[in-house]
Structure formats: structure tokens, C-alpha cells
Design a protein around this ligand. Structure first.
Ligand code: ZN
Length: 380
């Protein structure tokens, strides 16, 4: 339901040191490269083909079941608990990588809008995923968190080197040194990866453990890592350079898509343009898009117009707005079948929805970080 916009109560200008910048050689997502690297280190890991041979019949069964039962609702509804591990260099809250709770809340609200198909998709095939995310309220010991959904980690207390980090360090040191039980929490690490220009990477779900095949994701790596500069919402105002292209919170939406089994819309074969993402209602893309393409965008695969607004493309944050019904069926099937996914909906760690406003604007422009706070939730 639409709500009337409310009042702006504060405007804060923060010094240059508190702004985060994303460098100009941006790698939107490192998930595919990450998996390739792991496979190169261990040839016994399950392949994409093996995963798809396992998942696609299950997706078909899921669709048939929906049709047979004449679902009154198109999808099953889930709420999944999230913990953000904010890794910082002993900065004050609100500075550098040590982002505020308000900003985390704005990010979760954005994620929920995107997964509920409330972000303005123009496509009839767009669908509400039924999947929502909330902030965990307890740590693995059962202690109530001072800030829901947030663990702040001063990296010096762990003996970790100073940021920025490459993804190897994140995967082999930071994640194993801080992960919470991945059968109960979705682990999201906020780590400065700006030197490598990486905005995010996620672990991909695995086949059932009954498969006998070695999983790519493990109990010490399962989760998503994103650069803190990407954390925000559509109200993260910005039209001020390359960095602002990726500050509206859509990086987490993209990586969560991978975490729940979605492939890039152009398929992930290399070098093989016009590959499939195993979803019938997404058009075949030639390759990744970037920036802000315009319609129609035909390609040599035979597609009359590409769907560059899909979250699983690489377009700018302010134009992506679509998960399709087939993408939703894949995510729903993964939640019903994949290791470290099936247990998340019934996790007993407790959760709460953000109580703050998503109308917090973060404009990272030039040398200042501009924070604009509003008082109430907006569901427009
Ligand atoms: Zn990706």
C-alpha cells in the first residue's frame, strides 16, 4: 500500500574520510570467477552441469505441483534471518567500512522490496518471490544482539590484516574466522574489496548432500560478501560519478539471487554467448549488460529485446527491478532442496524487521558523504 511521504528530519554532512569510493575498474560480481577458481584447485567439486541435472527436474516437479494444487498463492512465503558481519579497521560507526545500523536497515528494506516485486518492473513475467529477509536477533550462543542483524568486527581483534581485501583473503581467512552457523543464518560480510574493484560475490547452492559429489560451498564459506560502499537503498541519492552507479543496494539483491540458485541472465559459459540461465521466461542474452541500455536491445542470439532490468544482469542499480516467475521457481526449489538453505526458514535464531525508515539517502559524491534521514517507512 502506498504511503504518503513523510518528513525529512535531518541532514548531515560527513567529512571526506567517511565517504567510501568504488574505484573505476569495477567488477560487478565475482561469483562465477570465484567458483572457477575453486574448481581449478579441486577438480572433484561438482560441476554446473551436475547441479543443473539435479535441480532442473526438481524445478519441473515444483511447477507441476503448483499447477496440480491450483495454488491460491503463487509461491510459498518465507522469512530468512540475516546476519551482517561488518569488518572494519577500528573506525567509528558511520565511518569507512563501519556502516550504521540505519544503513543496514535501509538495505534490508530494499532487498525485501526487490524480492517482493515492488521495485517497478515493467514486465508481465515479473513475480513476487515470496521470500523476505529479516535481521537476526540472537547470536549463536543465544545472546540478544545489541544491534539486530549486525556483528561489528574490529579486524585487529581477529589478527586480520588491514583492508582492502582480495577475495582469497575474504574466503579463506575472514569467512572461516567469523561465520555463524549457515544452516541458521544467511551470513553477509561487509568487507572492503575496493582495491580489486569487486562489489560482491556469493556462494552458490549445492546439490543435496546425498549426491556423493563434493560441494563447492562449505560450512565455513557459505554466504555473501559485498563491499560496504554498495549498501543502501533506492534513496541512496547519487548521480555523481561511477561510484554512485552501485550504491542503491542492488548488489546484495544480485548476490542473494546467486545464493538462492540464480545464474546470470546471459548464462555463465565462457566463451559462449547466447547461453541459457535455465529460465524460460528470461530472453536469451548475448552477454552481460552494463550502464543504462535502452530498448529495444536486440542481439544476434535472435532476441528482439534484452531484459537488462533483470537483477541478474550487470546494469546500473537504478534500472534493475525484475525477477521473473521462472527465476522465482528456481529460488523456491533451492529453498526446498539445497543444503544450508532448507533449514533457514525454520531457524530459531529469532528475527526482527527493520523499524527504521528506508528513506535514508546516502549520496557518496566528490569528497563528502551526505546522509539524509526521514522518519517513516515508505513502500512506494
Ligand atoms: Zn553475479
Amino acid at each position: 500500500m502506498k504511503q504518503i511521504l513523510t518528513f525529512m528530519v535531518g541532514l548531515v554532512l560527513v567529512s571526506a574520510a567517511q565517504g567510501q569510493k568504488i574505484n573505476s575498474t569495477i567488477k560487478r560480481c565475482y561469483t562465477v570467477e570465484y567458483i572457477k577458481k575453486l574448481r581449478a584447485q579441486n577438480p572433484n567439486l561438482q560441476t554446473d552441469a551436475q547441479f543443473e541435472a539435479w535441480l532442473n527436474p526438481l524445478v519441473k516437479q515444483h511447477k507441476l505441483k503448483k499447477r496440480a494444487s491450483n495454488y491460491k498463492v503463487p509461491v510459498l512465503n518465507y522469512t530468512l534471518p540475516v546476519i551482517f558481519h561488518i569488518v572494519h579497521n577500528n573506525e567509528a560507526v558511520g565511518s569507512g567500512s563501519n556502516v550504521t545500523a540505519a544503513r543496514i536497515q535501509a538495505q534490508i528494506l530494499q532487498l525485501n522490496k526487490d524480492f517482493a516485486n515492488l521495485s517497478g518492473s515493467p514486465y508481465a513475467s515479473a513475480a513476487n518471490s515470496g521470500i523476505q529477509f529479516a535481521l537476526a536477533t540472537k547470536n549463536p550462543s543465544g545472546t540478544t544482539l545489541a544491534e539486530p542483524g549486525i556483528e561489528r568486527i574490529n579486524r585487529t581483534t581477529k589478527g586480520w590484516k588491514a583492508s582492502p581485501y582480495d577475495f582469497d583473503y575474504v574466503d579463506t581467512t575472514i569467512k572461516p574466522g567469523s561465520i555463524w552457523d549457515p544452516t541458521k543464518y544467511i551470513n553477509v560480510w561487509l568487507v572492503d574489496m575496493s582495491s580489486a574493484g569487486i562489489l560482491g560475490f556469493a556462494t552458490f547452492p549445492s546439490l543435496s548432500t546425498l549426491s556423493g559429489l563434493e560441494a563447492i560451498e562449505t560450512d565455513t564459506t557459505a554466504g555473501l560478501a559485498i563491499d560496504p560502499a554498495t549498501v543502501g537503498s533506492i534513496f541512496s541519492a547519487g548521480n555523481c560519478g561511477a561510484g554512485s552507479r552501485y550504491t542503491l543496494g542492488k548488489t546484495l539483491t544480485h548476490e542473494m539471487g546467486h545464493f538462492l540458485g540464480l545464474r546470470h541472465i546471459w548464462g555463465d559459459q565462457d566463451p559462449a554467448p547466447c547461453a541459457t540461465d535455465y529460465c524460460d521466461d528470461t530472453p536469451i542474452h548475448y552477454d552481460a549488460n552494463s550502464g543504462k541500455p535502452t530498448h529495444p536491445k536486440p542481439n544476434s542470439c535472435g532476441t528482439a529485446d534484452e531484459m537488462f532490468e533483470n537483477y541478474m544482469d550487470y546494469s546500473d542499480d537504478n534500472i534493475v527491478n525484475t525477477f521473473t516467475a521462472d527465476q522465482v521457481d528456481r529460488m523456491q526449489t533451492v529453498l526446498l532442496n539445497s543444503s544450508r538453505r532448507t533449514t533457514l526458514p525454520t531457524s530459531i535464531v529469532g528475527f526482527t524487521y527493520p523499524t527504521g525508515s528506508n528513506k535514508i539517502a546516502f549520496a557518496i559524491c566528490n569528497d563528502s558523504l551526505i546522509v539524509t534521514k526521514f522518519t517513516a517507512l515508505d513502500n512506494n
